[in-house]
Design a protein around this ligand. Structure first.
Ligand code: URA
Length: 434
């Protein structure tokens, strides 16, 4: 088989066979196919697309390029969730304990934050001592004993994606639905869960800018998940403004705890109830979304979901007491309110820029090696659609120095567009694909 022939076939609109796709992936990972040839193939796929059969074959070939996690030692149904990434997205910290309190098993490998988006592992490390590398045996034991575990990636999962994603990034071939679907689903399938729920973000702060693109991606992801034998659902959600109010690691943990305590409602809780509802219904734990939401709400009202978070933190060597006493979490030395300079209605918050403010305060990484400050970030006081009075606080900056706080305050003001007339609040849940 020659890669040149496969590139030509796809260029001319042909359908690649299972063997041809496997050959291209395997030989590329072995270094036998050059980057320039794989670049041409990615571009041909971007223009010509792939059938579901081809996308599934590509996903499976990528999945088998590395380790596939065996979760069979865990009793019960295992669920996983994936978000395409957003600002202030702390849903895993709420959703995982909440569904685990309802009896679903969560054995999850999470990532660190990079650029303007945060990562669950960094947030969890806000709990002093939290260990993300507990090894496979403790990971499995913890899920069997308490129902959940969240760790960093241990095994060498989908090396094909690491190589391919880096190549796509520099060859303008990232925005191809079959390539995105195979990249995301190969990693999710390699992680071993039975139920996969995907949060596809849509808007200014997201990878998919329009609802049409997000719909196409969500349908592609769920189709491939199902073809691979998994229970799969996707929720398309708004990312025109940060999710919830807090952006920054320990600040987001505090907000998540407040939701689990039943003190904070709004968009963040709504998203967790929707994603959790999809998980419980797909797993067969609830007959419909209404019943599932009731179970999840009860887990909050009874304190079971909050206790589950404390159990998770304690089982991974972290300060579980901080779940009940958040003054034990990191706190930045400077807090600065950001008064609005005008009155009106908040019509837009530049989501990506808000993420960058937190990053520049020290809360995020520009490169993988950067050390981050868990205490810094910002807490928004207003959401899109809210009325703002002149002098009223738009949010609070948490910083190491007054100088960095003042710079961040001006940037936050620049991110907020305020109009004289009322604006509609954006709809958080745009669609559920199942
Ligand atoms: N996220 C991924 O993991 N892969 C893509 O291709 C795009 C977003």
């Amino acid at each position: 088989m020659r890669m040149t022939d496969l590139i030509a076939k796809k260029r001319d609109g042909g359908e690649l066979s299972t063997e041809e796709i496997r050959f291209a992936v395997e030989e590329y990972v072995r270094g036998k196919i050059a980057d320039y040839q794989m670049s041409a193939m990615c571009m041909a796929i971007l223009f010509r697309g792939m059938t579901d059969r081809e996308t599934l074959d590509l996903t499976m070939a990528m999945m088998h390029s590395g380790d596939v996690i065996d979760l069979s030692a865990i009793k019960g149904i295992k669920a996983d969730k994936h978000s395409t990434g957003g600002v202030g997205d702390k849903t895993s910290l709420i959703l995982c304990p909440m569904v685990a309190a309802c009896g679903l098993r969560i054995a999850k490998m999470s990532g660190r934050g990079l650029g303007h988006t945060g990562g669950t592992l960094d947030k969890l490390e806000s709990f002093s001592g939290y260990n993300i590398s507990i090894g496979e045996k403790r990971f499995i034991d913890n899920v069997n004993n308490i129902g959940l575990s969240l760790i960093g990636q241990t095994a060498d999962i989908v090396p094909a994606d690491k190589k391919l994603y880096a190549l796509r990034d520099v060859t303008a071939t990232v925005p191809s639905i079959p390539l995105i679907v195979s990249s995301i689903m190969s990693k999710k399938l390699a992680s071993g869960a039975d139920v996969i729920v995907l949060d596809v973000k849509c808007g200014d702060g997201a990878f998919m800018k329009t609802e049409k693109q997000a719909q196409e991606l969500a349908r592609g992801l769920t189709r491939i998940g199902r073809l691979a034998g998994k229970k799969c659902a996707a929720v398309i959600t708004d990312m025109e403004q940060p999710l919830g109010h807090a952006v920054g690691n320990a600040l987001e943990v505090k907000e998540a705890i407040s939701v689990l305590r039943g003190e904070t409602k709004g968009d963040l809780l709504e998203l967790c109830l929707t994603l959790g509802g999809c998980m419980l219904t797909e797993a067969g734990f609830a007959a419909n979304m209404e019943a599932a939401r009731k179970m999840l709400q009860e887990a909050i009202d009874s304190g079971a979901a909050l206790d589950k978070l404390a159990q998770l933190v304690g089982a991974q060597d972290g300060d579980a007491q901080a779940v009940y006493d958040t003054s034990r979490l990191p706190l930045a030395p400077v807090q600065l309110e950001v008064p609005s300079e005008v009155s009106g209605y908040l019509s837009h918050i530049e989501c990506e820029k808000v993420g960058l403010i937190s990053m520049h305060l020290g809360g995020g990484r520009a490169t993988k090696e950067d050390k981050i400050d868990l205490s810094v970030g910002l807490v928004l006081n207003k959401k899109v659609g809210d009325h703002v009075e002149i002098g009223e606080s738009l949010g609070t900056i948490h910083a190491q120095t007054m100088e960095s706080a003042q710079q961040a305050a001006q940037l936050l003001r620049d991110c907020c567009r305020i109009l004289d007339w009322p604006v509609e609040r954006p709809k958080l849940i745009k669609a559920i694909i199942r």
